[in-house]
Design a binder for this molecule. Structure first.
Ligand code: FAD
Length: 366
């Protein structure tokens, strides 16, 4: 971890989603990288491990700003390139998102459709949403065709397997001889980048673990179920519009489904509540009765690292000390954009990409 004119050195704090991605790309670019992670290599302490990892810019436009939607669009082209650089396979699918609702919730669904329509006009490059009738439903999702006679199809949206990704990134870090320190919490002030015997760069990717130095960060708790349902054959992430239980079901490989997720303003990391679990599972059963015979693999909770405006930010603590945080419920959808913006800043001292994506770049006053 010494400063060398020939080989720059970097310290990455946190080996969740952003930390692993950044450490990997810096090591590929020739940096000597050291990673400090508070937890273990299995990412148990990271929301990235329990996330559904959907890449759904138009669906998410209902709850976020056009800049995040643009970053999501960016990710849909960038993820395949990044995944192709990994030596282990990661499930990636780009078959669109399906949105369904029960007849009694048609008014809510209409409002939702109008909102997406308006958002689509703000980001015209997004593929056009399609309204599905009974025939369209039966064609796109035969498993649901007899239960839902209407739906919306959002082409081009995707998802990946978060656990395969975290494992594949770990494998790359090991192969590239990144210096990995597990169960080793650190803070940016433990380093003086650019001075003698210190790394050239420090990157703080600690998610909610950065709260002491970035007090505006807050947690938004999410609870999810992981289910094995051999009788269910959903092809793509499916969301249900509902006045109280707006769930999604993300089908991974081998009939594993991630069903989520609650959104509770809280830093509470205790296990999922009975109420949330009942709501998630009942709503999933209402989408497809095959979930009745499914087996529950896991019910988990985590908190999404979120800034006051619910938008991500890159913050400069010092000339060579960067914090990347606030990815809220969009980490997988926006991390490729954040990654490339940080790399551009480090390698080229430019902010062209960050500016074009309207990404917040802040400097902490000294
Ligand atoms: C239920 C749920 C569903 C989600 N679904 C989606 C989805 O469908 N699509 C999507 O795009 N996003 C989704 N997300 C969001 C996504 O998981 C997060 O945005 C993302 O994980 C944030 O990544 P991060 O690297 O900033 O932080 P994290 O993933 O939280 O990683 C931070 C890491 O830093 C470590 N750390 C903490 N303190 C220290 C310290 N002092 N020193 C060293 N290390 C430390 C932690 O242990 C952790 O490993 C979901 C999240 C949840 C909870």
């Amino acid at each position: 971890m010494t400063t060398s004119p020939s080989r720059p050195s970097s310290v990455v704090l946190g080996a969740g989603l952003m930390g692993r991605l950044l450490a990997w790309q810096l090591a590929r670019a020739g940096h000597a990288v050291t990673v400090y992670e508070a937890g273990g290599a299995d990412a148990q302490g990271s929301p990235a491990r329990i996330a559904a990892a959907m890449l759904a810019p138009l669906a998410e436009s209902a709850v976020t700003e056009p800049s995040v939607v643009e970053m999501g669009r960016y990710a849909l082209t960038r993820w395949p390139e990044l995944l192709a650089q990994l030596s282990q396979p990661v499930f990636f699918q780009q078959d669109g998102t399906l949105i369904v609702w029960h007849r009694q919730d048609a008014a809510d669904a209409q409002r939702f459709a109008r909102l997406l329509q308006a958002n689509q006009e703000k980001v015209p490059a997004l593929p056009k949403m399609q309204a599905l009738d009974a025939t369209g439903m039966a064609e796109y999702e035969p498993a649901l065709g007899n239960r839902f006679t209407q739906g919306l199809y959002l082409p081009g949206e995707g998802q990946l397997d978060n656990r395969q990704l975290l494992a594949a990134l770990l494998h790359e870090l090991q192969t590239l001889k990144v210096d990995l320190h597990w169960n080793s919490p650190r803070a940016p002030q433990d380093f003086a980048p650019g001075t003698a015997g210190q790394p050239d760069w420090v990157f703080d990717c600690r998610g909610l673990g950065a709260q002491a130095q970035w007090p505006q960060l807050r947690g938004i708790r999410g609870e999810v179920a992981r289910i094995h349902a051999p009788e269910v054959t959903l092809r793509r992430p499916t969301r249900m519009v509902h006045p109280r239980y707006s769930i999604y079901i993300a089908p991974k490989q081998d009939h594993v489904f991630v069903i989520g997720a609650t959104e509770i303003e809280s830093n509470d990391l205790s296990p999922p509540s009975v109420r949330s679990t009942l709501e998630l599972l009942s709503a999933a059963y209402a989408v497809h009765s095959g979930f009745a015979e499914a087996r529950i693999l896991e019910i988990a909770s985590q908190c999404r690292p979120t800034l006051p405006d619910n938008l991500p930010a890159i913050r400069q603590l010092g000339p060579r000390s960067l914090q990347i945080n606030g990815m809220y419920r969009h980490g997988f959808m926006i991390s490729p954009a954040l990654l490339d913006a940080v790399l551009e800043l480090v390698h080229e001292q430019r902010t062209t990409l960050a500016n074009s994506l309207d990404l917040h770049l802040e400097t902490v006053p000294t």
